[in-house]
Design a protein around this ligand. Structure first.
Ligand SMILES: Nc1nc2c(ncn2[C@@H]2O[C@H](COP(=O)(O)OP(=O)(O)OP(=O)(O)O)[C@@H](O)[C@H]2O)c(=O)[nH]1
Ligand SMILES: [Mg+2]
Ligand SMILES: [Zn+2]
Length: 364
C-alpha cells in the first residue's frame, strides 16, 4: 500500500483552455481534465469556488510531473509514447502496474492513453498510469486476453480474394470481435486485380444487408483506395486480417509517405512469415489515425460466455424470442427458430456455421 497524505492544491488553471479541434492528443488532455484529478488522488473534496484551492488525498507516488500521451507502438520492453505531435518518449512500464495484472501482454497496448513520468533531459520515461480503454480489438491467445489495439473507433477487416484465399468464417469472427470490442466494422476485399469478383456478389450483398460497408480494393491498381480513404478520414481505425492480404500495401496506397514495409518478391516464397511485426498507431495527414497490425492466424473470442455469441449475429436477434426454449442455444434443440430460418434460407447457412464455430470455441 502506498502512503497517503492530504495536500492543498491550487485549482488547475489550464482546465478552462479551449481544446484544439481534430487533435486526439489534445482532446485526450482535455478529456482528462478529470484525469488530472485522478493522477493527484482518488478522492477530491471541493472547498467551494471562493478558496481557489481544494484538498486532495494523494498517493505519495503521484505528482504533477506526469505527462499525458498515447502509445504508438511497443517494442520488446519499451513502449513508444507520443506526448505532443512529434515528441515521442521511449518508456518502460512501472513495476507496480505490471504486478497488478496477470496478463503481462496487455498491461499497455498500442493506442493506450497513458501518463508518463519523463526522465530528465532525455526522451525516456516510465508509464505510470493507463486510462480505461474504449474501442478495443481483443482476442484470446493461449487462454489469455490479448488486447491488440485500444481506443479506436472502427475495424477494417482486410481479406484478399486470392493469395491467401478469402476466409468467410474469419470475417464472421472479426464481426463478432468488433461488436464485442465496441468497434464499427468495414469489410475490405483486396487484390481484385487478380481475380474477377463477380462470384462474390452474394457474399457482399449478405454483408450489406447486415449493415457492413464493403469495399473492393486493389493496392496494385488503386481501385477502391479513394473510397477506403474516405472511410478512414477523421476516425481512428485498426486494419486487421491474415498475413499477406495487403494491409500495409493498402495503407501505403492511401498515404504513400507512410512507406510501410510490405512483403517483397524475394520474400513471397516464405510462407507464414509476417512482414509487419508490431501494431503501430499512425497519424494520417488527411485527418485520423490508423493502426497497421501484424497478420493473425486465428481469432478466438476472449471472455465470452456461449450464450453471448447469438448477440453477435445481428440477423438472429428477431428469431431468438421465437425459439421453443428460452435458453435455446440453436445447436441441438427442437423448435429452434434460428435453425428453421436457416432451413428456409432466411438466414445464411454459412453464417450459421460461423455461429456454431464461435459457440463451440467459447464452450469450456
Ligand atoms: N496483385 C496484388 N498484390 C497485392 C495487393 N495488395 C498487396 N499485394 C501484395 O501482397 C503481398 C503482401 O502484402 P503486404 O501489404 O505486405 O501484406 P500484409 O497484410 O501487410 O501482411 P503482414 O504484414 O504480414 O500481416 C505483397 O507482395 C504485396 O505486393 C493487391 O491489391 N494486388
Ligand atoms: Mg503488413
Ligand atoms: Zn434456437
Amino acid at each position: 500500500m502506498s502512503k497517503k497524505k492530504k495536500v492543498r492544491v491550487e485549482l488547475r488553471k489550464n482546465r478552462t483552455k479551449p481544446p484544439r479541434v481534430n487533435d486526439l492528443t489534445q482532446q485526450f488532455q482535455t478529456d482528462s481534465g478529470a484525469a488530472g484529478d485522478a493522477v493527484s488522488g482518488e478522492r477530491v473534496r471541493a472547498k467551494g469556488d471562493i478558496s481557489r484551492h481544494r484538498t486532495v488525498i494523494v498517493n505519495e507516488t503521484a505528482d504533477a510531473a506526469l505527462l499525458p500521451g498515447r502509445v504508438l507502438r511497443i517494442h520488446g520492453l519499451y513502449s513508444y509514447v507520443e506526448v505532443e505531435a512529434d515528441r515521442v518518449f521511449r518508456c518502460t512500464v512501472r513495476r507496480l502496474l505490471k504486478s497488478l495484472t496477470t496478463d503481462e501482454r496487455s498491461i499497455v497496448t498500442t493506442g493506450d492513453r497513458v501518463w508518463i513520468r519523463p526522465e530528465s533531459a532525455t526522451d525516456e520515461g516510465v508509464i505510470e498510469r493507463v486510462e480505461p480503454r474504449h474501442g478495443v480489438l481483443t482476442r484470446a491467445s493461449r487462454r489469455r486476453e490479448h488486447v491488440l489495439v485500444a481506443n479506436v473507433d472502427q475495424l477494417v477487416i482486410v481479406m484478399s480474394l486470392v493469395q491467401p484465399d478469402l476466409k468467410p468464417h474469419l470475417i464472421d469472427r472479426y464481426l463478432a470481435t468488433a461488436m464485442k470490442g465496441g468497434l464499427g466494422a468495414v469489410l475490405c476485399l483486396n487484390k481484385v486485380d487478380l481475380t474477377d469478383p463477380v462470384e462474390l456478389q452474394p457474399l457482399i450483398g449478405a454483408y450489406s444487408q447486415l449493415g457492413i460497408p464493403t469495399v473492393l480494393t486493389s493496392a496494385a491498381t488503386s481501385r477502391g483506395v479513394d473510397q477506403l480513404r474516405e472511410l478512414l478520414t477523421g476516425r481512428a481505425t485498426v486494419f486487421s486480417g491474415q498475413s499477406g492480404v495487403g494491409k500495409s500495401s493498402l495503407l501505403n496506397a492511401i498515404q504513400p509517405d507512410l512507406a510501410l514495409r510490405v512483403k517483397s518478391v524475394s520474400e513471397e516464397t516464405q510462407k507464414g512469415r509476417h512482414t509487419t511485426t508490431t501494431a503501430e498507431l499512425i497519424r494520417l495527414n488527411f485527418g485520423g489515425w490508423v493502426v497497421d497490425t501484424p497478420g493473425v492466424r486465428q481469432l478466438q473470442l476472449w471472455d465470452t460466455r456461449p450464450e453471448e455469441v447469438e448477440g453477435y449475429f445481428r440477423e438472429f436477434r428477431p428469431l431468438v424470442p421465437l425459439c421453443g426454449f428460452p435458453d435455446c442455444t440453436h445447436t441441438h434443440e427442437q423448435k429452434c427458430a434460428v435453425k428453421d430460418a436457416v432451413a428456409r434460407r432466411m438466414v445464411s447457412e454459412r453464417r450459421y456455421y460461423s455461429y456454431l464455430g464461435l459457440f463451440r470455441g467459447v464452450e469450456e
